[in-house]
Each structure stands twice: as C-alpha cells, then as structure tokens.
Design a protein around this ligand. Sequence first.
Ligand SMILES: C[S@@+](CC[C@H](N)C(=O)[O-])C[C@H]1O[C@@H](n2cnc3c(N)ncnc32)[C@H](O)[C@@H]1O
Length: 247
Amino acid sequence: MPSKSKADVAAFAPQKLDCATAPLPKDWPEDVTYLTDHTYSAAVTADQRTALSRTGSDDATWSQIAASNEALILPNPLVEIRVITDETHPACGQRGLFAAQHLAPDRLICMYLGHVHNNSLSDTDPHSDYDLSLDREIGLSVDAVRSGNESRCANDYRGIAERPNAEFRDCYIQVVCAKRKDGMKWERRVGIFVLSAGKAGKRKGGIKDGEEVLVSYGKGFWEGRKMMATFRKDEVMLKTAQLALNA
Ligand SMILES: C[S@@+](CC[C@H](N)C(=O)[O-])C[C@H]1O[C@@H](n2cnc3c(N)ncnc32)[C@H](O)[C@@H]1O
C-alpha cells in the first residue's frame, strides 16, 4: 500500500451514509441524483472492480483518505454550490463550486463521484461534459452527468482566473468491505485537491473562503467541445470552446 499520512489515518470511523436521507446541498440541480458513493455500470466487470483496490508501483505516493475525512461529510462542509450571476463569468447562468472556508494547500476538497463505466463506445455517453477518466489501464471512467456530488460543479479556470487553484488527483479511499478481516479496504478514486504550495511557496495561501474552486479540464476537453460544436452547428458552444482555448 502507499505510505499513509498520519492525518489521514488517525481517526478511522467508517460512516454509513444513506442516499435517501442525506440532505441535498444548496442549489443542487433538481434533475441530477446526489450520490454518496459511485454507482457502477453493469458493463463494468468483476475484474475491473477488483483492480480498483489493487495497488501498483506508480501509486506509492497517493494520499490515503480515511472515511472520517471532513471532505466526505454530506453535504460537503468545505464547499458551496452557487448559481453564477456575474455576466462577465463565462459560465454565467450555470453552477460553480466555491470554498466555504479557507482551504490549505494539498487539502482534499471533494471526491469526484458519478457513474463508473467502462471506456467502450457502447458504455460511454459521448455528449457528457462530466466524464472523467478513473483509470486508463483498467479502462474505467466516471461520468457525473446524471448523478454525482458537489465536484461535478467545478469549472475550468480558463477565462475566469489566470490559473487553476485545484486539481484532479488520484487517491485511495477507505471503504467498508465485509470480506476483509478488518472490515475495510482501500479503493482508488479521483479527488479534487487544493494545489500544493509549490517549491517557491507561491500558492501557500491555498484557496480563500468564498473563492471559486477552479481546475483545468485540459486543452483536449475544449478541443473536443469545439469539434462537437462544429459538427452540431452549435454557435454558443463553439464560442465558449473558442474563448476557453484562447484564454
Ligand atoms: C463539469 S461541468 C462544470 C459545472 C457546470 N458549470 C454546471 O453548472 O454544471 C462542465 C461545463 O461547465 C461549463 N464550463 C466550465 N468551465 C468553463 C469555462 N472556463 N468557461 C466556460 N464554460 C465553462 C461548460 O459548459 C462545461 O461544459
């Protein structure tokens, strides 16, 4: 297993979360199911599921997140979803994710939850803007278009700020497992983390209370949207993608 950070493992106390009774975050979209954990497509094989809890040589440095981590409380107390009303914001009218308190460098903000599917064409929604690779080697991604948590509201920094203040990072999370002696196992997830302070400490301030949490989707995301917009003759989508690419 990867090395454990003391802060992450000190207070292990698995939470039993109930989707049906968990209160929804403020401004949660009505047509999207709020998830307390991933759901899995029937096309995901037992081997792929098992591979998610197997560790490899590249992941020795990944954080291990205990079930007691504050970012796993529902709704997440570290962030708040807001509908953006600022007309200069490129995602005006949509939602964004904002810090509800100061967030220090490297802190886990939230897990990227959604429907885990395999990367075959038949199990992938090509129109989803919420699909994130979980593990390329295992061939799994997580799509939050119809179900997810606060993380699905994180916008890309382009056209909003000079640079991102957060990033998607691979990690392990403690999950309950009746088959194991100790009743738990580590399973891989992707989380949104505050960027590290950097060697020169330029980002040591982390994310301020009230600041928008901004990640980078990567240039490929916007190039893909540009291509789709051209194909669909969707002028608004094309303009947004071009603006993001120019930013
Ligand atoms: C994962 S969602 C982010 C949350 C989204 N704003 C919402 O309300 O659900 C991705 C979509 O958000 C919008 N978006 C995110 N970052 C943007 C940016 N920098 N400029 C313009 N639109 C952005 C785009 O419509 C994109 O397809």
